[in-house]
Write a protein that binds this ligand. Sequence first.
Ligand code: GDP
Length: 485
Amino acid sequence: MPLSTYTQAAGDAVRNVGDVASGLATPRLRLGVTGLARSGKTVFITALVHNLIASGRLPFFDAGAEGRLIRVYLEPQPDEIVPRFEYERHLADLTAEPPTWPESTRQISQLRLTLEYASTRFWKRQLGRERLHIDIVDYPGEWLLDLPLLQRDYASWARDAVAQAREADREAAAKDWNTALGEIDPAEPADEALAAKLADLFKTYLREARSDQYALSTLPPGRFLMPGDLAGSPALTFAPLDAKGADSFPRGSLWSLMERRYEAYKTYVVRPFFRDHFARLDRQVVLIDVLAALNGGPAAVADLERAMTEILECFRTGANNLWSNLFAPRIDRIALAATKADHLHHESHDRLEAILSLLTDKALARARYRGADVNVLALAAIRATQEGEAKRGTQTLPCIVGYPLKGEKIGRRIFDGNEPFAIFPGDLPEDPKKALSGWQTEHGNMRFVRFRPPDPVQLPSGGVAPFPNIRLDRAIQTLIGDRLA
Ligand code: GDP
């Protein structure tokens, strides 16, 4: 064995001992934050960190409410090759004049938060303050939908993906893609330009199906919607082809090129993500824009349920062969949170939670789930609305009031971003089953517009006060409360 290998190994050993030693000194919790695009990850992490650092009012977060949090601050993160979550930049956007929403998650990132606190236990308190590192790992939920690909070969994936694009609820979004696919002979010689064109058309279809109009969720490969730093690389330049009845193709054909790239995608993109990042998480919060799916109609709700099933499957430990062979996740607690609850009057918050619970129960049953504890809640990490009432005839309707973003529409009205507006969003049904089976309010769809963030409030001591929120404290308690006892 060359000398350099020995020294390398010795170096690793020293580093491992160092890891253990620092682990002994300060325990750490790796907290994954995920959800599909625009589900609210960036806003959630920014609000969570801001509230902890600036001692926001969090009555249901025990350590905060009991005055046991002594100091919370950011420290350099442990993983040097993972980009840092840009907390300061996101907070600057939210506190700008006028405030704007921060740029959404596009790839994996990390942030280390250190909490100094007093334990509830007498003897521990005598030993002085305790410390806990929380390593927050933000990553696109789309990447989790790739797990099933690891067990599938190209032919079986392509068969399903081609059939799915022809389903009624996707047909409109997939029109150009389906036409192009119909004209392709997969046995023809591989051609880079053609492969790139097909990959582009396939991605356009996935993006279109994901848009507000269709609001579909389950659209792997995940990196096609959220490429991170891999945009344009050959591992992402493939697409499913229609085998048109054939069961083998010559070497050098378009089919074999696509097949090779699909396998490369699994080996170099999907597997390392699960092994290096996902399998190291201790806790996980999955953010879900349930309201967008309800607004998208029954196909979007059914698809969200499918996405939830696949996502929960990733957290299943034990019987899953993939896990025991490859990564063995260690997550012991998952919070599933319906975001943007400030789009509803508070009377509907419990209903939103009930809808998500039902959706999750069904998904858990389908995933034949075993593993971590699952908790469900509805929250708004940043509350952009206030509540009010409006009169319609003799009726009093519970409304929400906020500043719709520039360009948002209700009926024929287009907003300029500067006027407050009271909206009756519609009530969620009392029976959550109705919401999952193609229900609409008596006024048609629920009415959602995007609101601009609330105006920041300057603190006399400098800095900006944490924003109002809905049930963010419960989420924090669920995720880390027990570790601060
Ligand atoms: P990400 O893609 O998961 O990182 O999503 P973001 O955190 O960037 O959120 C996407 C958009 O959803 C934001 O730009 C906001 O318009 C909206 N949003 C997210 N969280 C909230 C919230 O708590 N309240 C409101 N009203 N809107 C939110």
